[in-house]
Design a binder for this molecule. Sequence first.
Ligand code: PGA
Length: 250
Amino acid sequence: MRKNIVAGNWKMNKTLDEGLGLISEIMAGDTKASNAEVIISPPFTHLTDTCALSFELDYVHVAAQNCSEHISGAYTGEISAQMIKSAGAAYVIIGHSERRAYFNESNEQLAEKVNRALENDLIPIFCCGESLEVRESGEHFDYVCKQLTESLSHLNEEQYSKLVIAYEPIWAIGTGKTASSDQAQEMHEKLRAHLSTMFGAAANHTSILYGGSCKPSNAQEIFAKADVDGGLIGGASLNAADFLAIVNSF
Ligand code: PGA
C-alpha cells in the first residue's frame, strides 16, 4: 500500500563525469529482487543529464537537493522549482538538516518551498529530525512533530498526500552512529500518528524514510520495521555496490 523508496542524496559530491558514471553503474545493477523505487539526488549541475539517463528505467527517479521558496526573479544563485521540473526531476528534497543548520532555513521558509514544489508538480521529500542535544533533553518527539506542524499544516489533504517524509536524526547523519531500528520505528510511529491528527487516513499512505548512517549492514533491519518505508542515504549512496545492496535490502 505504501511505496518503498531508497533515495541517494549525493550532497556536494561528484563531478559531472563521476556522477554520470555512478548513475550508469546503479542503473546497470541487478535490483530485480527489490520492490523499492530508486531516487537519485545529484547536485543541480547534473540534473538534466541524470534525468535523461533515469528515463530509461521506470523505477528510477531524480530529486533535486533543494529549491528556492521564490517563484522567479532577482535571486542570484537560486534555483526555482519550475527550473527543476523543466530539467526532468520528479522530486525535491526540502528541509535537509544541513540546509536548516548551515543556511538557516526556518520552518516557515520550508512551508513556502513545499508550496513551490507542489505548484510545479514536484514531490517534496520533506526532512525532519532532532539534534543530539534535543534527544538527550527528552523533547525529541515534540520537536520533530513541531517541524511538521509548522511547515505542513497549511496543506489540504490532497496536497499532503503527495509528500514523502524523511526522518533523519542529526546525530546519526554522517557520523556512523545509526539510530537503532527500534528508535527509528518509535519515531516513525509517532510521526505517522501526528500526521494522522493533521491529515487523517492519508497518513497511512505516506512513505516515511529513515536517514542517518544507513548502510548495507543495517538497512534490512531498519527497513523491516512497520513504519519505515525506506531510506534517505548519504555517504553510502556514493558507491554503486553499497547503494545497490541497500536497494536490495527490501
Ligand atoms: P548519511 O547521510 O547516510 O551519510 O548519514 C544521510 C543524509 O544526510 O541524507
